[in-house]
Design a binder for this molecule. Structure first.
Ligand SMILES: NC(=O)c1ccc[n+]([C@@H]2O[C@H](COP(=O)([O-])OP(=O)(O)OC[C@H]3O[C@@H](n4cnc5c(N)ncnc54)[C@H](OP(=O)(O)O)[C@@H]3O)[C@@H](O)[C@H]2O)c1
Length: 243
């Protein structure tokens, strides 16, 4: 059995990834999010608020159970939030905790739990962290989000280096999926233009039908994950790199 743990599997890209994985008859998905929306015989749900770090810690043992029949094991850290879009000087302090807990601390804890449980196994193991192009460019109003995704890229590179030094064979990647037609984009389009200079650009992408459907992006990601490992593949990737 091919085991996938996908955070944020209730909607958007995470839901599309879970649906794509479940099309394969020898795959099961453990979805982690606050809401459960998938009903499938090979889908299991763990309700969890990933911004509640004590709850994440207390539930880790349920996520990384022994999988003696595993043919492969994959962790996809997909759940994330932009948080309130706004300039520095207008934010409440708890905004930074919230965005970093959900987008960085929880994924780091899940990577740690995954490697503690499965790091010494012989089957293929993959950690995929869903990143953003905002990690690599300044986007006004998105400070905490951009920094959190840059941190996730750095964590991915460090963990891959550690696994390479150990010769464990674990593959770690951070992937920017591009601009997707999900609730996160609705949140972006609702932003105050005075707090986000790119508001008109994102509204234009939507009205012009330029947003990618999460199902199509998920299909590309899942087929890339299943394909043989390309020689010399980097750790931090964009969707164009895997198509
Ligand atoms: N959409 C884009 O254009 C875009 C662009 C670049 C990168 N990304 C990245 O792609 C990934 C998926 O984004 P998306 O657009 O699919 O987002 P989305 O539609 O807003 O969905 C977010 C998912 O995360 C879960 N989530 C949110 N808060 C949570 C919490 N406190 N605890 C547990 N789960 C939580 C949600 O589930 P519940 O509400 O059920 O908890 C939901 O399943 C993210 O990492 C995002 O940064 C998106």
């Amino acid at each position: 059995m091919h085991y996938y743990l996908i955070t944020g599997a209730s909607r958007g890209l995470g839901r599309a990834l879970a649906d794509a994985v479940l099309q394969r008859p020898d795959a099961t998905v453990l979805g982690v999010s606050r809401h459960a929306t998938i009903e499938h015989p090979r889908y299991q749900h763990q309700p969890l608020d990933l911004s509640d770090i004590d709850a994440v810690e207390n539930n880790l043992y349920k996520l990384f159970v022994p999988r003696p029949d595993a043919s492969s094991l994959t962790l996809i850290n997909n759940a994330a939030v932009l948080g309130q879009i706004g300039y520095f000087g207008t934010q409440k302090s708890e905004h930074f905790n919230f965005v970093f807990d959900l987008n960085v601390v929880a994924p780091a804890m899940l990577m740690n739990g995954f490697l503690a449980a499965y790091g010494n196994l012989a089957v293929p193991r993959t950690i995929l962290n869903i990143s953003s192009g905002a990690a690599q460019r300044a986007v006004d109003g998105w400070g905490a989000y951009s920094a959190s995704k840059a941190a996730l890229n750095a964590l991915s590179q460090t963990v891959q280096k550690e696994q390479d030094l150990r010769g464990s064979g674990v593959r770690v990647r951070a992937l920017s999926p591009g601009v997707l037609d999900t609730a996160m984009q609705e949140h972006i389009r609702a932003a105050d233009e005075a707090q986000f200079s790119e508001a008109a650009k994102f509204a234009y992408l939507h009205t012009e039908g330029r947003l990618q459907e999460p199902e199509a992006v998920a299909a590309s990601i899942v087929s890339w994950l299943r394909a043989p490992l390309p020689v010399g593949e980097g750790v931090v990737l964009r969707l164009e790199d895997i198509k």
